[in-house]
Write a protein that binds this ligand. Structure first.
Ligand code: P71
Length: 461
């Protein structure tokens, strides 16, 4: 055992195809970020050296998945790939029915429209941007019932995505169970820093919601990563497989929305999974309006095949250990350098604490947006703002929402970058950190109505 610790260890794959990336000069980067209105979403990807904007749709597919792409059955109705996908969802996740969608937010749209009524409240373990917006568009109000530790970047709580049961029960008592169409549970919680929920907590939530007859809708976008943390940290699960843990999580929920672009290792796709026959019928009816027939829902047959294979690969222990391990490697390196990041290190990325790195900027001066622009300028590394810009405005008052967390996310695509890339990223973050006093704030010069972080433009203050 002690010998095993000292031995080096590498990714459980080798590289068969490469995609060159462009190195840019500081002058080129200055021009590119200015033209992008200091918004990393508006950069052209060819001007990016290491792209850590997101882990969404950016995975490298395996040779098995590429082989599956050649087996696409592009029939309009009843494609065999749909049935493979349905089998995979039943086998690995245990849900009874599946409605394919083009990506996660489309599944959120359908379930929100079907279950939420004007004036409803939807409690959840922290918000996600698209999830919350669809709840609001359906007439609901999102209520955060995550434990307080989740909002504290210094807290080392091992399960920061846990629900605060008294917050949840108080809400049910205050509003009435009939005003709560479902509880929204994400595995893992993206905006908290890729933090997991424990099975112990989920079981308690299940008990409480059953008492009031409230269903649970599971955002299972990164469920395998959550399962890996449960195996690592939760007593009683150390000898269970990732597949078993994933299935147990799903068994405690009623429906699920999935963005397959993350855990499930494909570049596009998603689905809604349901156990309730009546709800499935309604969802199947609605998908034909917005996405496509219920046996493709906006996905090509080949993409459904790649997804069915990706689901099986996502629960492989060696895969998930390497994936989360690479994120931990970068995080530990940054911690050694003294950089303030969200702790514990999450599963899909490192979240830099922009409030701490740029104490000279107020939240109105958009510290996380400024920091992500500065990082791109230093090295061509692209990160994503996850602070006041992402939090948007309060629909009633029109004021900015001011989240406690003002973060820059360095998100690691799956099976794409090497350890050397991680070293380059860490050195760039260190250089920016050492020069942080010089970084100026930003102000909005253009702000769209919905999901403003995608398309807003800024100027240096
Ligand atoms: C991520 C994304 C993609 C994204 C979406 C919105 C703003 C910025 C980036 C997407 C998620 C997600 C969770 C937990 C639902 C979706 C939507 N994440 N739930 O992290 O993380 O899925 O993108 O397939 O529509 O970069 P979709």
């Amino acid at each position: 055992m002690s010998n095993e610790k000292k031995r080096s260890w590498a990714e459980p794959y080798k590289i068969k195809m490469v995609e060159p990336v462009k190195m840019t000069t500081p002058e080129e980067r200055q021009k590119a970020i200015r033209e992008a209105g200091y918004n990393t979403f508006l950069l052209r990807s060819e001007d990016v050296y290491i792209d850590l904007l997101t882990d969404s749709g950016t995975s490298a597919m395996s040779d098995r998945q590429w082989a599956g792409m050649m087996l696409g059955d592009e029939a309009y109705a009843g494609s065999r790939n749909f049935y493979h996908l349905e089998d995979a969802v039943r086998e690995y996740y245990g849900y009874k029915h599946i409605v394919p969608t083009h990506q996660g937010r489309a599944a959120e749209h359908i379930i929100s429209q079907l279950m939420i009524e004007e004036g409803d409240f939807v409690p959840g373990n922290m918000y996600f941007t698209t999830t919350k917006l669809h709840q609001e568009l359906a007439g609901g109000t999102f209520v955060d019932v995550i434990i307080d530790e989740a909002h504290d970047p210094e807290s080392e709580h091992p399960f920061k995505a846990d629900i605060d049961l008294s917050k949840l029960e108080n809400l049910i008592k205050e509003k009435g169970a009939d005003k709560i169409p479902y509880v929204s549970i994400a595995t893992t919680v993206n905006m908290a820093g890729g933090q997991p929920i424990s099975l112990g907590n989920l079981k308690e939530v299940r008990k409480l919601t059953q008492k009031y007859n409230i269903p649970i809708v599971h955002d299972m976008t990164r469920v395998a990563e959550n399962a890996y943390f449960i195996k690592q940290r939760e007593p009683g699960y150390e000898n269970k497989s990732i597949k078993e843990i994933v299935k147990e999580i799903c068994s405690l929920t009623d429906s699920a929305t999935m963005s397959s672009k993350k855990d499930a290792l494909v570049n596009i796709g998603g689905f809604l999974a349901l156990n309730d026959d009546e709800l499935f019928d309604k969802a199947r009816n609605m998908v034909v309006i917005y996405e496509g027939l219920h046996t493709y829902g906006g996905m090509a047959g080949r993409d459904m095949e790649a997804l069915a294979i990706g689901i099986s690969e996502s629960v492989d222990y060696d895969h998930i250990r390497a994936r989360v391990g690479q994120v931990q490697y970068l995080g530990e390196k940054l911690l050694e350098m003294g950089i303030p990041i969200v702790k514990p290190i999450g599963s899909h990325g490192i979240f830099l604490n922009a409030k701490k790195i740029l104490p000279q900027l107020s939240q109105d001066q958009l510290p996380a947006q400024s920091l992500s622009a500065a990082l791109y300028l230093d090295s061509g590394v692209r990160a994503m703002e996850r602070g006041v810009v992402s939090a948007g405005r309060n629909p009633d008052t029109g004021e900015h929402n001011y989240p406690k967390l003002e973060l820059v996310r360095l998100t690691i695509p799956r099976r794409v970058y090497t350890q050397a890339h991680m070293d380059v990223v860490a050195e760039s973050v260190e250089a920016v950190y050492n020069n942080a006093k010089e970084i100026k704030g930003l102000k909005f010069v253009y702000e769209p109505e919905y999901l403003r972080f995608f398309q807003s433009r800024f100027e240096v203050l």
